[in-house]
Write a protein that binds this ligand. Structure first.
Ligand code: A3P
Ligand code: MG
Length: 296
């Protein structure tokens, strides 16, 4: 091999290491890189296993993406805490004075990665469906926004699309059909739309747009494919942290159904309801939601 060829090979090697090995230093770009990596692993799991056993495919996808996220976070952000849907104790609520022996590090940490390795697990296991996502969000104690979300990325690998706070999409989303007189389109779960969302849609003459994955639904609001995502009845921090981070970074409204800020890295990771929509739509939607709120 000549000297010039050796140099070219070395440069190519360095470039590959940069593209495939060493991730970006900036957190938002790192979140995108990480979500994309997990997304590639999920596509590979689908390719290798096929769709004959959906239960096994879901379990393998959850585990493979979780393992990758955990390993890369441990390698590249070793000082940070992590909350992942697939952690053994992820759904446990932690109260002061109780369960102190296993109180998670994240409650005293200043930086916590909140990740959903595979959101829209059911859709992932169905051939041809593209409405599933990888969520990677960074919560920081000193963040200036009320949700304390410093970065976020939502990879939708089967749609070849990743939204992240490093390059927030343009605001307002297009097209603005509802702003120009068309019916409001509310993204809702395709398999379990909350009853109150159906009643709300009827009252305001909205159309329900069924799709899987909280991340994909919020991405639809970000892109303008839907005008709002309204959810109640149960969810966890990892279902919304990353897409809410991107929505807030683009300038959209994202809050609890009572209008209060979405709060993350809480002792109890349940975050059962939320609304994401354009700012101009928020007052009307929040007022209608109050009339239909499920009894607590
Ligand atoms: N009532 C509920 N309780 C708990 N989680 C819920 C829920 N409704 C929706 N979710 C979660 O929100 C995500 C989107 O759901 P959907 O596609 O039905 O809108 C799914 O995440 P996972 O796929 O990560 O489990 C689902 O588990
Ligand atoms: Mg989820």
């Amino acid at each position: 091999m000549g000297e010039q060829t050796k140099t070219s090979a070395r440069i190519a090697g360095q470039r590959d290491a940069g593209e495939n090995g060493t991730p970006p230093v900036i957190d938002a770009a790192f979140a995108r890189w990480l979500a994309d990596r997990a997304g590639q692993v999920l596509l590979q799991v689908r390719d290798e296993m096929g769709y004959a056993d959906p239960k096994a495919l879901k379990a393998a996808g959850d585990q493979a993406a979780h393992d990758l996220l955990r390993a890369e976070l441990a390698r590249w952000r070793p000082a940070d805490a992590v909350l992942s849907e697939e952690d053994e104790h992820a759904r446990v609520a932690w109260r002061d004075g109780e369960q102190t022996s296993v109180r998670p590090d994240r409650l005293g940490a200043s930086r916590v990665w909140i990740v959903d390795p595979l959101d829209g697990t059911r859709e992932f296991s169905e051939e041809g469906r593209t409405d599933w996502a990888v969520h990677v969000a960074l919560w920081t104690a000193d963040s200036s926004n009320p949700s304390c979300l410093a970065a976020g990325a939502v990879a939708m690998p089967a749609q070849h699309c990743t939204l992240a706070t490093d390059k927030p999409p343009a605001y307002p989303p297009m097209p603005l059909e509802s702003a120009t007189g068309g019916a409001i389109r509310i993204a809702a779960s395709r398999t379990r739309p909350p009853a109150f969302v159906t009643a709300l849609a009827e009252e305001i003459g909205a159309e329900l747009v069924p799709m899987g994955s909280a991340g994909v639904k919020i991405a639809a609001v970000i892109s303008g494919e839907a005008d709002a995502y309204v959810h109640a009845g149960g969810q966890y921090e990892w279902d919304s942290a990353a897409p809410a981070a991107v929505a807030l970074a683009t300038g959209l409204h994202a809050s609890r159904l009572d209008g209060s800020p979405l709060a993350y890295n809480q002792a109890d990771p349940k975050l059962p309801d939320l609304v994401v929509c354009r700012k101009d739509l928020a007052p009307r939607l929040l007022a209608a939601i109050q009339r239909h709120l499920p009894q607590q």
